[in-house]
Design a protein around this ligand. Sequence first.
Ligand code: FE2
Length: 505
Amino acid sequence: MPVRAFLACAAVLVGGVSAAVAPAAPSAPGFAYGVAAGEMTPTSARLWTRAPGVGRVTLMLTGAGTTRTFALVARPSSDLTAQRTVRGLRPGTTYRYSFAQGRTRSAIGSFETAPAATSAGTVRFAISGDADATRDASGKLGFNGFETYSAMARGRNDFALNFGDTIYSDSGVGGAPVARTVAQKWAKYRLGLALVPLQRLKSSTGVYSGWDDHEFVNDYSRAEHGDAIYRAGVKAFLDYTPATYSPRTGDYRRFRWGKNLELFILDGRSFRSPKVTAACDGDIAPTAPPAVRQAFAPLSPALAKPVPQACLDAIASPSRTLLGAAQLAAFTKAIRSSKATFKVVVNPEPLMQLYALPYDRWEGYAAERARVLAVLRQVKNVVVMTTDTHAHLIGEIRTDTFAAGGPVGTGIWEVVTGPVATNTYAKEIDSFLGAPGFGAVVTGAFFKPAPPRGLGLRCAQTDQYGYAQVTVTSATLTVQPRTASGGVVLDASGAPCAPLIVRAR
Ligand SMILES: [Fe+2]
């Protein structure tokens, strides 16, 4: 997230007003961190729990008229977590599962397998991300009690996505030390999974998960931060999340969900080049045209200065990558050949042009952004779903929002959603500009007006927790931004954000 460097400061601003009292501890004292299902395909799923103690754990799975049991082992080397992929399942079927160790039983979870690729039934899913469960010195949660996850659990979904910043290794709350080791990161996962709403979501439906930077450290790249914290982050994530990983393509995965939907879950962290902040001297909007920079110079005086050419050259360098060559090749080949009606790209940082602090997201990797957009423009019915920004934003992805003769649209819609629990984008802007309320000003004055005055987003709400509810049929893909209580998100204008309805071509 662009202005994370100012998280600590913003946490001070926010802490006083939005700290929440922790919800009651979950009821199952033995399996205190619940159960989870992930990686659902038509015939398999990966099931997870954390056992009360070291030793044998029995997994029981019921569905399609059969009950099966599996023997697992909880070991200290995985912090007592136990998981296994179950195969031979029936497509489009609801299964129930639970775990036992000795006489202690877990909660009962359920999940659906993906329907067969010929199945044209309606598919519903919810997506959010960016969830910090760190508590301050008095024991209060820094932001909220993860209520968004409860709303997602109530949504009668076929599955959910918990995508990116599923822990905050370097939370700004309460002066917590940065979690760098596997054990420290395990503790971060336990903080979140101890909260009832996350347990409720994970037991109510299958959840696909992915990482972003805070599973490692803020604005992570291996080139900038090294391999040790990467290895720790990967191990802790895989111990606590029923997900899969390969050294070659990281946690990039794709899942077909019936005739009308295929998900492409991108890994934005394992292979990226370093960001170019230094070459740009930390400029807040190096790629914004001079007229736009001048217009916002009263808010941020440094915008009146010209941008060093070396900065623009670095951002545009074709040698820099966000996905890495192997993932980029796998993703572009797969989405080009997908037979699903809608292709949903689950994307760790915005592809849309936002201009402010582009370094950590696609705009800061401009050449690869252009390559990806060139591919996506050739594919029918692509929708991009993104987290990381801590805001609800809906807009068309453009290549030249402010160019003469622009904006140049791609015809591809992006929905940015979340956060669950961290500083909102508005609070981060307030913090960056050093003035409470400026986040709302920027949202209204820049995100909403049509080009050339602003970005012309059809929905922009930068100060509300929540998620996106998605419904896919053979004719349409509909996205409704929702709040942490399940209500409709209000736009910066105060009117409800209308659902985005993308019609199949
Ligand atoms: Fe985040």
